[in-house]
Design a protein around this ligand. Sequence first.
Ligand SMILES: CC(C)(COP(=O)(O)OP(=O)(O)OC[C@H]1O[C@@H](n2cnc3c(N)ncnc32)[C@H](O)[C@@H]1OP(=O)(O)O)[C@@H](O)C(=O)NCCC(=O)NCCS
Length: 240
Amino acid sequence: MDHHELILRRHDAAAALGMRAGIEPVYVASHADRIAVDPFSHPDRFWQRLVDMYAQAPGFVLVSGSIAGRLIGYGFGCTRSAERAAEIWSEIRAALPDLAIPAGPQPVFIFNEFAVHPGHQNRGYGRTILDALLAGRREPVANLFVRPENPARAHYLAWGWRKIAERKPFADSPTFDSLIKDLRVTANWTRAAAGSGGDGPGSDQVDGAPPAVQDSTGVEAFPPARKPKVVDPPAGSVAL
Ligand SMILES: CC(C)(COP(=O)(O)OP(=O)(O)OC[C@H]1O[C@@H](n2cnc3c(N)ncnc32)[C@H](O)[C@@H]1OP(=O)(O)O)[C@@H](O)C(=O)NCCC(=O)NCCS
């Protein structure tokens, strides 16, 4: 086995909630500057948001990246229903008039959290994890919040995300830039599954895209971002 190979796995909510021992060290190391100054970033608060909100939401998925058996990065997100996503669509309409908006109500993929251990950053692992998380989503767009001064913001802009608003989601949270990414332009966005018709830029490119596969754990397995490396996943997790 190549001990430097990144192994991607996709986990459902139940599996993710059992992964604190692997996720927290990556969170703590990668958010050390924020943890030092902002109670909102305390590891317990981070984990409680996952337990109470994100893991309870529909469409939750966590993608982990591991090297030599150690988790070095993760990204997770969930679905905001079409009814609850109306405000995001209004912001998109106002901020990005060039972006074709679907005719009817559509859900949005909320990208909640993302980190790579500092010892492994700037090697392409973050982008690989994020691409795997977004691959094959049924929502037409993804939305994330990032502090304006976070260096990650520049990566998001380089990776095709665009600012639509400034938001303060919790009373004690910072004010974030709200960014979106059009998922319809990715090669394997599942337009047919979304039932959204020919509704936007890039919709030609999704014709003939492979359908999402439902696996026995109830976790959706999508075409992997990289050549799959098959390992024995724990229940509720899928190796990509
Ligand atoms: C944001 C974060 C997850 C990105 O992870 P990462 O693994 O460093 O991301 P990548 O390596 O894929 O990309 C980062 C940069 O590395 C460089 N890079 C990528 N692959 C490279 C390679 N093979 N060789 C050299 N440099 C490379 C690129 O410059 C890239 O930036 P760009 O795409 O904007 O040009 C990471 O910086 C992090 O954990 N930050 C702290 C936590 C945080 O703020 N999370 C986001 C909250 S919104």
